[in-house]
Design a protein around this ligand. Structure first.
Ligand code: HEC
Ligand code: HEC
Ligand code: HEC
Ligand code: HEC
Ligand code: HEC
Ligand code: HEC
Ligand code: HEC
Ligand code: HEC
Ligand code: HEC
Length: 604
């Protein structure tokens, strides 16, 4: 769920101006001609990506129909004038900042927890060389709708009443249909410009108002957009296809719907019984809130000063035509609001209050559940299934899911603990990925496990002192973690085929962007300067590793295992066929490379 207007204030947004000195392109070309490719020639990790998009569909094991994909033409789009196939000299990596954006959907007349607000980020790199690869200026990046699996999603204003209420929900905002809270537009077939954020060193379009219904009104939680990088002459440098996930599956109605809801949630004044199912549960919630927390005269005064035209009660406020923003009183680091009076942060109020509530579907307290379904009561959700990536989808031998929301976040009362800072104190990767281990719970004795080693760690004090957030951290080559791994809850590979498009386009297979040649024209020659300390991949490493290993094969253990017989950290990213002294050696994708595969252990 989510959005975080607050970060906007931290992010200085610069619009990329657009003078590409023509000699930049020339020197580029020269460089690549001059590059001495002493290594890359034989390596067989190459080549799938050079045909980006033209020769392969999204066939990463998903069984969805692929109908729309081919017809839409990957790179040679019809929009925007000049059409050229990317030169193959650039790699564009794009991602949505969160694995799922939650919002109030079609109905904003009663109350809003979250508005439509998707953030799109991208980094563009030159493939040539191993330094100065980032391209920050002299280019124009745009996003546009991309038809995927039959879903066309090019307009939002016809699918929600958000723009009827935007100005009363967000005092100071403007109502321009299909324009979001920071001025960016709903994706359409007209490409929209992205801007460059110099602080985070990425291109971005924030607060894109996209809705989880396609243009035929079918459910579309995973709409796809195409991002295009062009130089100033209009030549396409690179493209990327990514998902802007969005869902309104916030199932408060499960307990707050009139009559069908939970008896404990029935307002003293009785159920609302509104014919509109969404208004119905929302009005029931306001009645309950009013009964427990009448608005004080002081708080009402403060709200008026802030531009909120509220009444003596939340229910009456709505009856007089003004919808309620929960974060108007309850501070939210997602929306950047401060609390009024003694209202607790919204995340604290909601999670702690509901920890003791009984889930009618299983009779358990929400807090006692160790299962994601407890969280899916309000987060999207049993249909959307936003937790769909490498961790969310991991299963044991019996096919049972290994990790749940609670494995990383703890219980509802842990999330609602008032000592946490909502939206900032979040779990991280190193809590489980450390010391060659992959723990299945991020918590140890109720708190986040500290990192024994930082090979797979998020950056400290990022984006501000005291927090260490994945979505702001950078790793290999100053790329964002998300550029190679995707966004939280959708860490590559994911169960949803659209999430895997970019990886398949760039390297021919789903999963982490791992193939060196997805980003390097020639295979870099290195013992440990690849991602997380990775060496060169492929034939030239087979030829070269003996010199390195002879001096210190102990350094290989961290990934190849303490007994050198392979570990999860030495799995091949794709199938490989390598020449060894007497013939060839073939590894299937995912084979854990052992030092015994080709010769008798580490010291043959
Ligand atoms: C599993 C059932 C369940 C779900 C799902 C649920 N609620 Fe509740 N909620 C309750 C119950 C029961 C109460 C009353 C608890 C009490 O008074 O002790 C309640 C109380 C509330 C209150 C009143 C709190 C107060 O003290 O004033 C609010 C506000 C509220 N819920 C909002 C929501 C919202 C928003 C959602 C969806 C995002 C939601 N609830 C989802 C069961 C649920
Ligand atoms: C006019 C200000 C105001 C607005 C608007 C408002 N709240 Fe509250 N809310 C309060 C105050 C004050 C309290 C009592 C202090 C507290 O627990 O945060 C409260 C309490 C709660 C509680 C109970 C917390 C607990 O631990 O018992 C929940 C849940 C809650 N609010 C949810 C919501 C939701 C959801 C919305 C939007 C539909 C909302 N509030 C809108 C002021 C407000
Ligand atoms: C009763 C409804 C409800 C349930 C149940 C619920 N959430 Fe939430 N959660 C919300 C809402 C609403 C927000 C958005 C709050 C905001 O905008 O600040 C939220 C926000 C969050 C956040 C981001 C804010 C923060 O504090 O960092 C996290 C993390 C989170 N939920 C985790 C969980 C997990 C894990 C579970 C299950 C153990 C869960 N939630 C169950 C309603 C719920
Ligand atoms: C709760 C513990 C936990 C946390 C937190 C966690 N992981 Fe994992 N991760 C695992 C486990 C366990 C596996 C092995 C899953 C399996 O058996 O399929 C795994 C697998 C992976 C894989 C391998 C996927 C594949 O199949 O190739 C990647 C990549 C990964 N995690 C990245 C991350 C990133 C990035 C983060 C932080 C955003 C993270 N993990 C956070 C436990 C965790
Ligand atoms: C493998 C670990 C893991 C699991 C499982 C997991 N989360 Fe998260 N979650 C994270 C991490 C890590 C972050 C912080 C990302 C960051 O720093 O940018 C996060 C952040 C969040 C946020 C804040 C907004 C955002 O997306 O960054 C919400 C809301 C949230 N999680 C809800 C959930 C819910 C609900 C579930 C279960 C359906 C769940 N999470 C399962 C690791 C996990
Ligand atoms: C240039 C691409 C790239 C970047 C940037 C990157 N990684 Fe990775 N990451 C990889 C590769 C390649 C692997 C190993 C392949 C795999 O496990 O899927 C990996 C694996 C991981 C794993 C799983 C380890 C395991 O047990 O399999 C975690 C966790 C992880 N990275 C976290 C991060 C974090 C945190 C960042 C940012 C600080 C980051 N990565 C940045 C490429 C990258
Ligand atoms: C997703 C893109 C991406 C992938 C995949 C990738 N790299 Fe890089 N690599 C970069 C970028 C970007 C830089 C340079 C950043 C800069 O301009 O300083 C870089 C720099 C390097 C450097 C120079 C680093 C230094 O510290 O001097 C080496 C060596 C390197 N990469 C090796 C590898 C190897 C080996 C692999 C595969 C195992 C790999 N890279 C995979 C993007 C990538
Ligand atoms: C950061 C983790 C890591 C470290 C450290 C590491 N390896 Fe590897 N190694 C891998 C992975 C992952 C693969 C599989 C790459 C692939 O083919 O996709 C691999 C593959 C290999 C291969 C087969 C060639 C290939 O590209 O598949 C050889 C040989 C090898 N490693 C030797 C070594 C030696 C010798 C050392 C120590 C000097 C070492 N490795 C250290 C992760 C590591
Ligand atoms: C893909 C096959 C392959 C794998 C996997 C592999 N090697 Fe090798 N290794 C070779 C080849 C080929 C040679 C050169 C011919 C020989 O001596 O057998 C070699 C030679 C060596 C030598 C030099 C031996 C000498 O007599 O000069 C060392 C040391 C070595 N490897 C260490 C390792 C270690 C450590 C690992 C695991 C991390 C490893 N190798 C994994 C293929 C492999």
């Amino acid at each position: 769920m989510k959005l975080h207007l607050v970060f906007i204030s931290l992010l200085l947004v610069f619009f990329v101006g657009c003078q590409l000195p023509s000699n930049t392109t020339n020197s580029d070309a020269n460089q690549s001609n001059q590059t001495q490719d002493t290594n890359g020639g034989n390596d067989n990790t190459n080549n799938t990506h050079s045909t980006t998009g033209d020769s392969h569909n999204e066939d990463g094991g998903d069984n969805n129909n692929h109908d729309e994909d081919n017809t839409n033409g990957d790179n040679n789009t019809t929009t925007g004038g000049t059409t050229t196939t990317p030169s193959g000299k650039y790699t564009l990596l794009a991602w949505n900042d969160l694995g799922m954006h939650c919002m109030d959907g079609s109905e904003f007349s009663v109350f809003t927890i979250l508005p439509p607000y998707n953030n799109l980020n991208a980094q563009l790199i030159k493939k040539d060389g191993t330094s100065n690869k980032h391209v920050a200026s002299g280019v124009i990046l745009t996003y546009e709708s991309y038809v995927y699996n039959g879903h066309t999603n090019t307009i939002s204003s016809t699918k929600t009443n958000f723009w009827d209420y935007i100005t009363s929900l967000f005092p100071g905002s403007q109502s321009i249909p299909d324009v979001g809270l920071t001025g960016n537009k709903t994706p359409s077939f007209t490409p929209q410009k992205m801007s460059y954020n110099a602080t985070n060193k990425w291109f971005e379009a924030t607060a894109i108002p996209i809705i989880n219904r396609d243009d035929n009104n079918a459910t579309n939680y995973y709409p796809v957009v195409k991002v295009t990088a062009k130089d100033t002459t209009g030549t396409i440098l690179a493209t990327a296809r990514i998902v802007l996930p969005v869902s309104d599956e916030m199932n408060c109605a499960k307990c707050h719907a009139s009559n069908q809801g939970s008896a404990d949630a029935k307002p003293l004044s009785g159920w609302e019984n509104n014919a509109n199912a969404i208004k119905d549960y929302k009005l029931n919630i306001l009645k309950l809130h009013d009964q427990n927390h009448p608005i004080s005269a002081t708080d009402l005064q403060t709200l008026h000063t802030k531009g909120y035209d509220y009444n003596s009660s939340l229910y009456n406020t709505v009856q007089s035509g003004t919808p309620v923003l929960c974060a108007a009183c309850h501070s939210s680091n997602a929306l950047g609001t401060a609390s009024v009076g003694n209202a607790q942060p919204l995340t604290v109020a909601l999670h702690s209050k509901h920890a003791s509530v009984i889930d009618p579907s299983n009779g358990m307290r929400l807090n006692d559940s160790k299962n994601r379904n407890a969280c899916y009561s309000c987060h999207p959700g049993s249909t959307t299934q936003c937790l769909r990536g490498a961790m969310g989808d991991a299963k044991d031998a019996n096919g049972n899911l290994i990790m749940q929301c609670q494995s990383c976040h703890g219980t509802l009362s842990d999330v609602g603990n008032s000592s946490r800072i909502g939206w900032k104190d979040e779990p991280n990767c190193q809590a489980c990925h450390q010391n060659g281990q992959r723990y299945t719970s991020a918590l140890q004795n109720g708190t986040l496990r500290s990192a024994a080693d930082r090979r797979f760690a998020t950056n400290p004090d990022t984006p501000e002192a005291g927090v260490s957030m994945y979505r702001f951290s950078t790793g290999h080559g100053k790329l964002q973690c998300s550029a190679c791994h995707g966004s939280t809850h959708a860490i590559f590979p994911t169960r949803h085929s659209a999430d895997n498009l970019q990886s398949i386009d760039l390297q021919g297979h789903a999963g982490t962007i791992a193939e060196c040649t997805a980003c390097h024209t020639t295979m870099p020659n290195t013992t440990s300067n690849g991602p997380h300390g990775m060496h060169t991949i492929g034939q030239n490493w087979v030829s070269r590793h003996q010199d390195v290993a002879e001096h210190n094969s102990a350094q290989c253990k961290v990934c190849h295992g303490s007994n050198y017989r392979g570990s999860v950290l030495s799995k091949t990213f794709a199938a490989r066929t390598l020449q060894i002294e007497h013939g060839t050696k073939s590894f299937a994708k995912g084979h854990m490379v052992s030092c015994y595969d080709c010769h008798n252990g580490p010291n043959p």
